[in-house]
Design a protein. Structure first.
Length: 458
Protein backbone atom coordinates (compact mmCIF):
# COMPACT_ATOMS: atom_id res chain seq x y z
CA UNK A 1 0.00 0.00 0.00
CA UNK A 2 2.72 2.44 0.99
CA UNK A 3 4.72 1.50 -2.08
CA UNK A 4 1.79 2.33 -4.34
CA UNK A 5 1.36 5.77 -2.73
CA UNK A 6 5.05 6.63 -3.23
CA UNK A 7 4.92 5.55 -6.84
CA UNK A 8 1.89 7.80 -7.49
CA UNK A 9 3.54 10.82 -5.96
CA UNK A 10 6.70 10.31 -8.03
CA UNK A 11 4.72 10.14 -11.25
CA UNK A 12 2.94 13.36 -10.43
CA UNK A 13 6.26 15.16 -9.79
CA UNK A 14 7.71 13.93 -13.04
CA UNK A 15 4.64 15.04 -14.92
CA UNK A 16 4.79 18.53 -13.41
CA UNK A 17 8.47 18.85 -14.37
CA UNK A 18 7.79 18.01 -18.00
CA UNK A 19 5.00 20.57 -18.12
CA UNK A 20 7.34 23.31 -16.85
CA UNK A 21 10.02 22.40 -19.42
CA UNK A 22 7.47 22.54 -22.19
CA UNK A 23 6.42 26.02 -21.14
CA UNK A 24 10.05 27.23 -21.08
CA UNK A 25 10.69 25.84 -24.51
CA UNK A 26 7.69 27.69 -25.84
CA UNK A 27 8.76 30.98 -24.22
CA UNK A 28 12.46 30.81 -25.33
CA UNK A 29 13.22 32.05 -28.87
CA UNK A 30 14.39 29.64 -31.46
CA UNK A 31 18.20 29.38 -31.75
CA UNK A 32 17.92 29.46 -35.46
CA UNK A 33 16.31 32.94 -35.48
CA UNK A 34 18.57 35.56 -37.29
CA UNK A 35 19.85 38.86 -35.78
CA UNK A 36 20.38 42.17 -37.55
CA UNK A 37 23.77 43.08 -38.91
CA UNK A 38 25.63 45.47 -36.63
CA UNK A 39 28.86 47.19 -37.76
CA UNK A 40 31.26 48.18 -34.97
CA UNK A 41 34.93 49.28 -34.83
CA UNK A 42 36.59 46.95 -32.35
CA UNK A 43 40.24 47.97 -32.70
CA UNK A 44 42.48 50.94 -33.61
CA UNK A 45 46.26 50.52 -33.96
CA UNK A 46 48.25 52.57 -33.18
CA UNK A 47 46.45 55.06 -30.98
CA UNK A 48 49.53 57.01 -29.82
CA UNK A 49 50.90 59.64 -32.18
CA UNK A 50 53.22 62.65 -32.09
CA UNK A 51 52.83 66.12 -33.62
CA UNK A 52 53.85 66.10 -37.26
CA UNK A 53 53.30 62.34 -37.65
CA UNK A 54 51.78 60.89 -40.84
CA UNK A 55 50.98 57.26 -40.06
CA UNK A 56 48.94 54.33 -41.28
CA UNK A 57 46.17 53.37 -38.87
CA UNK A 58 44.58 49.92 -38.91
CA UNK A 59 40.86 49.78 -38.02
CA UNK A 60 39.31 46.42 -37.16
CA UNK A 61 35.65 46.42 -38.32
CA UNK A 62 33.31 43.66 -37.07
CA UNK A 63 29.78 42.57 -38.00
CA UNK A 64 28.17 41.92 -34.65
CA UNK A 65 25.04 40.28 -36.11
CA UNK A 66 24.18 37.05 -37.90
CA UNK A 67 22.93 38.74 -41.04
CA UNK A 68 25.51 39.74 -43.63
CA UNK A 69 26.44 43.44 -43.91
CA UNK A 70 26.88 44.92 -47.37
CA UNK A 71 27.70 48.25 -48.99
CA UNK A 72 29.51 49.48 -45.86
CA UNK A 73 30.74 53.09 -46.14
CA UNK A 74 32.79 54.95 -43.47
CA UNK A 75 32.92 58.75 -43.65
CA UNK A 76 35.70 60.40 -41.55
CA UNK A 77 34.84 63.90 -40.37
CA UNK A 78 37.27 66.82 -40.15
CA UNK A 79 39.21 67.43 -36.92
CA UNK A 80 41.26 70.47 -35.88
CA UNK A 81 44.47 68.61 -35.18
CA UNK A 82 44.10 65.17 -36.83
CA UNK A 83 42.99 64.56 -40.39
CA UNK A 84 42.70 61.64 -42.82
CA UNK A 85 45.15 61.79 -45.72
CA UNK A 86 43.52 61.23 -49.09
CA UNK A 87 39.84 60.31 -49.43
CA UNK A 88 37.74 60.83 -46.32
CA UNK A 89 35.48 57.83 -47.27
CA UNK A 90 36.29 54.12 -47.06
CA UNK A 91 34.06 51.48 -48.76
CA UNK A 92 33.76 47.80 -47.81
CA UNK A 93 31.75 45.51 -50.09
CA UNK A 94 30.52 43.07 -47.43
CA UNK A 95 31.21 41.46 -44.08
CA UNK A 96 29.55 38.15 -43.27
CA UNK A 97 27.76 37.64 -40.00
CA UNK A 98 29.97 37.50 -36.90
CA UNK A 99 33.07 38.18 -39.07
CA UNK A 100 35.72 40.98 -39.04
CA UNK A 101 37.84 42.86 -41.56
CA UNK A 102 40.81 45.23 -41.26
CA UNK A 103 40.74 48.62 -42.93
CA UNK A 104 43.85 50.81 -43.29
CA UNK A 105 43.67 54.61 -43.33
CA UNK A 106 46.42 57.26 -43.17
CA UNK A 107 46.18 60.14 -40.71
CA UNK A 108 48.29 63.27 -40.17
CA UNK A 109 48.84 65.15 -36.90
CA UNK A 110 49.30 68.89 -37.24
CA UNK A 111 52.60 70.48 -36.25
CA UNK A 112 52.43 72.26 -32.93
CA UNK A 113 49.70 70.03 -31.50
CA UNK A 114 50.00 69.98 -27.73
CA UNK A 115 50.06 66.74 -25.80
CA UNK A 116 46.62 65.39 -25.04
CA UNK A 117 43.71 63.27 -26.30
CA UNK A 118 42.09 64.04 -29.66
CA UNK A 119 39.34 62.31 -31.65
CA UNK A 120 38.03 61.90 -35.21
CA UNK A 121 34.24 61.55 -35.66
CA UNK A 122 33.18 58.73 -38.06
CA UNK A 123 29.76 57.89 -39.57
CA UNK A 124 28.88 54.50 -41.10
CA UNK A 125 26.08 53.49 -43.49
CA UNK A 126 25.38 49.87 -44.54
CA UNK A 127 22.69 47.38 -45.51
CA UNK A 128 21.98 43.91 -44.20
CA UNK A 129 21.25 40.85 -46.27
CA UNK A 130 19.30 37.75 -45.19
CA UNK A 131 16.96 35.02 -46.51
CA UNK A 132 13.31 34.75 -45.49
CA UNK A 133 11.19 31.68 -46.07
CA UNK A 134 8.25 33.66 -47.30
CA UNK A 135 10.09 36.59 -48.99
CA UNK A 136 13.30 34.97 -50.22
CA UNK A 137 16.51 37.08 -50.26
CA UNK A 138 16.08 40.41 -48.51
CA UNK A 139 18.41 43.51 -48.60
CA UNK A 140 17.53 46.06 -45.96
CA UNK A 141 19.09 49.50 -45.33
CA UNK A 142 20.18 50.01 -41.73
CA UNK A 143 20.25 53.26 -39.70
CA UNK A 144 23.42 55.39 -39.86
CA UNK A 145 25.88 54.70 -37.03
CA UNK A 146 28.28 57.28 -35.50
CA UNK A 147 31.65 56.39 -33.93
CA UNK A 148 34.58 58.32 -32.40
CA UNK A 149 38.19 57.23 -32.96
CA UNK A 150 40.37 58.50 -30.12
CA UNK A 151 44.11 59.18 -30.41
CA UNK A 152 46.61 60.21 -27.75
CA UNK A 153 49.19 62.79 -28.82
CA UNK A 154 52.41 62.50 -26.84
CA UNK A 155 56.11 63.15 -27.28
CA UNK A 156 55.73 66.34 -29.23
CA UNK A 157 57.27 68.42 -26.44
CA UNK A 158 60.72 67.02 -25.68
CA UNK A 159 62.99 69.06 -23.43
CA UNK A 160 66.74 68.78 -23.53
CA UNK A 161 69.10 70.45 -21.08
CA UNK A 162 71.69 71.01 -23.76
CA UNK A 163 74.26 72.83 -21.65
CA UNK A 164 75.08 73.48 -18.01
CA UNK A 165 77.52 76.31 -17.46
CA UNK A 166 79.26 76.71 -15.07
CA UNK A 167 79.35 73.02 -14.14
CA UNK A 168 82.46 73.31 -11.90
CA UNK A 169 81.95 74.96 -8.54
CA UNK A 170 84.50 76.12 -5.98
CA UNK A 171 83.59 75.55 -2.33
CA UNK A 172 82.49 78.75 -0.62
CA UNK A 173 82.55 80.79 -3.83
CA UNK A 174 79.59 82.24 -5.70
CA UNK A 175 79.18 80.78 -9.18
CA UNK A 176 76.83 81.53 -12.05
CA UNK A 177 75.04 78.28 -12.92
CA UNK A 178 73.31 78.44 -16.31
CA UNK A 179 70.89 75.91 -17.80
CA UNK A 180 70.36 76.01 -21.57
CA UNK A 181 66.86 74.57 -22.12
CA UNK A 182 66.08 73.39 -25.68
CA UNK A 183 62.78 72.19 -27.11
CA UNK A 184 63.96 69.37 -29.39
CA UNK A 185 60.41 68.22 -30.13
CA UNK A 186 58.14 69.30 -32.95
CA UNK A 187 55.58 71.26 -30.96
CA UNK A 188 55.88 74.38 -28.82
CA UNK A 189 56.12 74.37 -25.04
CA UNK A 190 54.26 76.84 -22.89
CA UNK A 191 53.74 77.64 -19.23
CA UNK A 192 56.76 75.67 -18.07
CA UNK A 193 57.82 75.56 -14.44
CA UNK A 194 61.46 74.52 -14.03
CA UNK A 195 63.11 73.61 -10.74
CA UNK A 196 66.21 71.76 -9.55
CA UNK A 197 67.34 70.18 -6.32
CA UNK A 198 70.56 68.77 -4.87
CA UNK A 199 69.56 66.10 -2.39
CA UNK A 200 72.41 66.54 0.08
CA UNK A 201 72.02 70.31 0.38
CA UNK A 202 75.67 70.90 -0.52
CA UNK A 203 74.74 73.14 -3.48
CA UNK A 204 72.15 75.85 -2.89
CA UNK A 205 70.82 78.86 -4.84
CA UNK A 206 71.57 82.39 -3.66
CA UNK A 207 69.36 85.49 -3.96
CA UNK A 208 66.41 83.42 -5.32
CA UNK A 209 64.68 80.07 -4.92
CA UNK A 210 65.28 77.08 -7.18
CA UNK A 211 62.18 77.61 -9.38
CA UNK A 212 61.85 79.63 -12.59
CA UNK A 213 58.96 80.12 -15.01
CA UNK A 214 59.17 79.90 -18.81
CA UNK A 215 56.20 81.25 -20.72
CA UNK A 216 56.89 79.78 -24.16
CA UNK A 217 59.54 77.87 -26.14
CA UNK A 218 58.90 77.16 -29.80
CA UNK A 219 59.97 73.90 -31.42
CA UNK A 220 63.73 73.89 -31.99
CA UNK A 221 64.27 77.01 -29.89
CA UNK A 222 66.23 77.44 -26.64
CA UNK A 223 66.16 79.62 -23.58
CA UNK A 224 68.69 80.16 -20.81
CA UNK A 225 68.00 80.09 -17.09
CA UNK A 226 70.63 81.53 -14.75
CA UNK A 227 71.11 80.96 -11.03
CA UNK A 228 73.70 82.19 -8.57
CA UNK A 229 74.73 79.19 -6.50
CA UNK A 230 77.27 78.34 -3.81
CA UNK A 231 78.82 75.07 -2.75
CA UNK A 232 79.35 74.51 0.96
CA UNK A 233 82.86 75.42 2.15
CA UNK A 234 83.24 71.93 3.59
CA UNK A 235 81.99 70.19 0.45
CA UNK A 236 83.95 67.12 -0.55
CA UNK A 237 85.31 67.46 -4.06
CA UNK A 238 83.49 65.37 -6.65
CA UNK A 239 80.38 65.13 -8.83
CA UNK A 240 76.97 65.99 -7.36
CA UNK A 241 73.66 65.06 -8.96
CA UNK A 242 71.08 67.73 -9.67
CA UNK A 243 67.51 66.52 -10.10
CA UNK A 244 65.77 68.63 -12.76
CA UNK A 245 61.98 68.86 -12.95
CA UNK A 246 59.80 70.36 -15.69
CA UNK A 247 56.06 70.82 -15.29
CA UNK A 248 54.37 71.46 -18.65
CA UNK A 249 50.90 72.41 -19.76
CA UNK A 250 49.18 69.51 -21.56
CA UNK A 251 46.74 69.86 -24.44
CA UNK A 252 43.79 68.50 -22.45
CA UNK A 253 44.03 71.32 -19.92
CA UNK A 254 46.05 69.29 -17.44
CA UNK A 255 49.79 69.10 -16.90
CA UNK A 256 52.58 66.63 -17.28
CA UNK A 257 56.04 66.30 -15.75
CA UNK A 258 59.43 65.61 -17.23
CA UNK A 259 62.15 64.59 -14.79
CA UNK A 260 65.80 64.32 -15.66
CA UNK A 261 69.20 64.69 -14.01
CA UNK A 262 72.52 66.38 -14.62
CA UNK A 263 75.79 66.57 -12.76
CA UNK A 264 77.85 69.45 -11.45
CA UNK A 265 81.43 69.18 -10.32
CA UNK A 266 82.65 70.59 -7.02
CA UNK A 267 86.27 71.39 -7.73
CA UNK A 268 89.20 70.20 -5.64
CA UNK A 269 91.22 73.30 -6.53
CA UNK A 270 92.68 75.61 -3.94
CA UNK A 271 94.47 78.96 -3.97
CA UNK A 272 97.72 80.28 -2.57
CA UNK A 273 99.16 83.54 -1.31
CA UNK A 274 102.89 84.17 -1.77
CA UNK A 275 104.69 87.11 -0.14
CA UNK A 276 108.30 88.26 0.03
CA UNK A 277 109.70 87.40 3.45
CA UNK A 278 113.42 88.26 3.58
CA UNK A 279 116.56 88.65 1.50
CA UNK A 280 120.00 88.28 3.11
CA UNK A 281 123.32 86.59 2.43
CA UNK A 282 122.24 85.84 -1.13
CA UNK A 283 119.08 83.97 0.03
CA UNK A 284 115.55 85.21 -0.80
CA UNK A 285 112.80 83.74 1.39
CA UNK A 286 109.14 83.50 0.31
CA UNK A 287 106.15 82.65 2.50
CA UNK A 288 103.62 80.36 0.79
CA UNK A 289 100.14 79.89 2.35
CA UNK A 290 97.20 77.71 1.25
CA UNK A 291 94.34 80.22 1.35
CA UNK A 292 91.73 78.03 -0.41
CA UNK A 293 89.14 75.61 0.95
CA UNK A 294 90.83 72.37 -0.14
CA UNK A 295 94.09 70.68 0.82
CA UNK A 296 97.01 70.72 -1.60
CA UNK A 297 99.14 67.60 -2.03
CA UNK A 298 102.74 67.22 -3.25
CA UNK A 299 103.32 70.97 -3.41
CA UNK A 300 106.36 72.21 -5.31
CA UNK A 301 107.39 75.89 -5.48
CA UNK A 302 109.32 76.79 -8.62
CA UNK A 303 111.01 79.95 -9.95
CA UNK A 304 110.64 79.93 -13.76
CA UNK A 305 113.00 81.60 -16.22
CA UNK A 306 112.27 85.31 -16.51
CA UNK A 307 113.89 88.49 -17.79
CA UNK A 308 114.57 90.41 -14.60
CA UNK A 309 115.73 87.67 -12.23
CA UNK A 310 118.02 84.70 -12.20
CA UNK A 311 118.46 81.83 -9.75
CA UNK A 312 121.78 80.33 -8.67
CA UNK A 313 121.44 76.66 -7.80
CA UNK A 314 118.09 74.85 -7.65
CA UNK A 315 115.03 76.58 -9.09
CA UNK A 316 112.49 74.38 -7.29
CA UNK A 317 111.69 73.50 -3.69
CA UNK A 318 109.51 70.51 -2.67
CA UNK A 319 107.16 71.47 0.16
CA UNK A 320 104.94 68.39 0.56
CA UNK A 321 101.29 68.69 1.62
CA UNK A 322 99.59 71.90 2.73
CA UNK A 323 96.17 71.71 4.38
CA UNK A 324 93.87 74.70 4.01
CA UNK A 325 95.19 77.48 6.25
CA UNK A 326 98.75 76.05 6.45
CA UNK A 327 101.84 77.91 5.27
CA UNK A 328 105.54 77.30 4.75
CA UNK A 329 108.72 79.24 3.89
CA UNK A 330 110.95 78.44 0.90
CA UNK A 331 114.30 80.03 0.00
CA UNK A 332 116.13 80.53 -3.29
CA UNK A 333 119.34 82.24 -4.37
CA UNK A 334 117.61 84.90 -6.44
CA UNK A 335 119.53 87.79 -8.01
CA UNK A 336 118.39 90.65 -10.19
CA UNK A 337 119.75 90.72 -13.73
CA UNK A 338 118.68 94.31 -14.60
CA UNK A 339 121.48 96.97 -14.89
CA UNK A 340 121.40 100.41 -13.34
CA UNK A 341 122.35 103.66 -15.13
CA UNK A 342 125.50 104.27 -13.15
CA UNK A 343 127.11 101.03 -14.29
CA UNK A 344 126.70 101.46 -18.02
CA UNK A 345 129.60 101.83 -20.40
CA UNK A 346 128.31 105.25 -21.43
CA UNK A 347 128.60 106.49 -17.90
CA UNK A 348 132.26 105.38 -17.74
CA UNK A 349 133.01 107.14 -20.95
CA UNK A 350 131.44 110.30 -19.66
CA UNK A 351 133.93 110.25 -16.81
CA UNK A 352 136.85 109.98 -19.21
CA UNK A 353 135.95 112.60 -21.84
CA UNK A 354 133.57 115.52 -22.17
CA UNK A 355 130.21 114.79 -23.83
CA UNK A 356 128.36 116.93 -26.28
CA UNK A 357 124.84 118.13 -25.51
CA UNK A 358 123.41 115.60 -28.03
CA UNK A 359 125.20 112.73 -26.28
CA UNK A 360 123.93 113.93 -22.91
CA UNK A 361 120.30 114.00 -24.21
CA UNK A 362 120.67 110.51 -25.64
CA UNK A 363 121.93 109.23 -22.31
CA UNK A 364 119.02 110.86 -20.47
CA UNK A 365 116.48 109.14 -22.78
CA UNK A 366 118.23 105.80 -22.39
CA UNK A 367 118.19 106.19 -18.63
CA UNK A 368 114.45 107.04 -18.62
CA UNK A 369 113.57 104.03 -20.79
CA UNK A 370 115.59 101.70 -18.59
CA UNK A 371 113.94 102.97 -15.42
CA UNK A 372 110.48 102.60 -16.97
CA UNK A 373 111.16 99.01 -17.99
CA UNK A 374 112.59 97.94 -14.65
CA UNK A 375 110.33 95.39 -12.87
CA UNK A 376 110.83 94.02 -9.41
CA UNK A 377 107.99 91.47 -9.65
CA UNK A 378 109.23 87.90 -9.28
CA UNK A 379 107.17 85.18 -11.00
CA UNK A 380 106.57 82.12 -8.83
CA UNK A 381 104.91 78.84 -9.89
CA UNK A 382 103.14 76.61 -7.37
CA UNK A 383 102.53 73.07 -8.59
CA UNK A 384 100.22 70.80 -6.58
CA UNK A 385 97.80 67.86 -6.77
CA UNK A 386 94.23 68.84 -5.91
CA UNK A 387 91.64 66.88 -3.91
CA UNK A 388 90.45 65.05 -7.04
CA UNK A 389 93.95 63.90 -8.05
CA UNK A 390 94.47 66.45 -10.82
CA UNK A 391 97.89 68.07 -11.07
CA UNK A 392 97.54 71.87 -11.28
CA UNK A 393 99.82 74.92 -11.53
CA UNK A 394 99.18 78.35 -10.06
CA UNK A 395 101.25 81.39 -11.07
CA UNK A 396 101.83 84.21 -8.62
CA UNK A 397 103.68 87.53 -8.91
CA UNK A 398 105.64 88.65 -5.85
CA UNK A 399 107.23 92.13 -5.42
CA UNK A 400 110.80 91.71 -4.11
CA UNK A 401 113.73 94.01 -3.25
CA UNK A 402 117.16 92.72 -4.23
CA UNK A 403 120.67 94.11 -4.91
CA UNK A 404 121.26 94.70 -8.62
CA UNK A 405 123.77 92.56 -10.53
CA UNK A 406 124.99 95.40 -12.79
CA UNK A 407 128.23 96.13 -14.56
CA UNK A 408 129.27 98.26 -11.60
CA UNK A 409 130.38 95.11 -9.87
CA UNK A 410 132.65 93.99 -12.71
CA UNK A 411 136.45 93.86 -12.09
CA UNK A 412 137.13 96.41 -14.85
CA UNK A 413 134.89 99.07 -13.33
CA UNK A 414 136.25 98.30 -9.88
CA UNK A 415 139.82 98.95 -11.06
CA UNK A 416 138.71 102.10 -12.84
CA UNK A 417 137.01 103.42 -9.71
CA UNK A 418 140.17 102.57 -7.71
CA UNK A 419 142.28 104.47 -10.21
CA UNK A 420 139.93 107.43 -10.13
CA UNK A 421 139.99 107.51 -6.34
CA UNK A 422 143.84 107.43 -6.26
CA UNK A 423 144.21 110.41 -8.56
CA UNK A 424 141.69 112.30 -6.46
CA UNK A 425 143.78 111.69 -3.29
CA UNK A 426 145.73 114.94 -2.35
CA UNK A 427 148.46 113.06 -0.46
CA UNK A 428 149.19 110.94 -3.46
CA UNK A 429 149.33 114.01 -5.73
CA UNK A 430 151.77 115.84 -3.33
CA UNK A 431 153.98 112.77 -3.12
CA UNK A 432 154.16 112.49 -6.90
CA UNK A 433 154.94 116.20 -7.19
CA UNK A 434 157.83 115.93 -4.68
CA UNK A 435 159.19 112.91 -6.52
CA UNK A 436 159.07 114.87 -9.82
CA UNK A 437 160.89 117.84 -8.20
CA UNK A 438 163.54 115.61 -6.67
CA UNK A 439 164.15 113.76 -9.89
CA UNK A 440 164.19 117.01 -11.89
CA UNK A 441 166.63 118.64 -9.40
CA UNK A 442 168.87 115.58 -9.55
CA UNK A 443 168.92 115.70 -13.36
CA UNK A 444 169.69 119.42 -13.37
CA UNK A 445 172.47 118.89 -10.79
CA UNK A 446 174.07 116.15 -12.95
CA UNK A 447 173.94 118.33 -16.05
CA UNK A 448 175.67 121.24 -14.26
CA UNK A 449 178.39 118.98 -12.93
CA UNK A 450 179.08 117.59 -16.39
CA UNK A 451 179.34 121.15 -17.82
CA UNK A 452 181.83 122.18 -15.09
CA UNK A 453 184.09 119.21 -15.81
CA UNK A 454 184.16 120.12 -19.52
CA UNK A 455 185.25 123.70 -18.77
CA UNK A 456 187.99 122.54 -16.38
CA UNK A 457 189.56 120.39 -19.11
CA UNK A 458 189.83 123.35 -21.41
Amino acid sequence: MIKELLTGRTLRKITALFIILAILVCIAPSSSASTDANIVITGVKPTELSPGDTKAITLTVKNGGSNDARQITFNFQESQHISVVGSSSVYINSINGWCSKDVVITVHVSEGTLDGTYSIPVTCTFSQYYSDGSQGSVTESMPEVTYTIVFRIVGGAIIDVSDVDMAELKPGGETKLKFNITNVGNSPLQNIVFSWNEEKGVILPLYSDNTKYIEYIDAGESTELEYTVVADVNAVAGVYQLDLRFELEAGNGGSREINTTTGVFVSGETDFDVIFSDSSAGQTSLSVANTGNNPAYSVTVRIPEQDNFGVRGSTASIVGNLDKGDYTIVSFQVASTSASFEGTGAANVSQQRPLSEGDRQELRESFSQRKASENNNLKVLIEYTDATGIRRTVEKTVPVQLMTMSSEGSPLNTRMRQQESIWKNPTFIVTIALMVLIIGGFIIYKKKKIVQQIFKRK
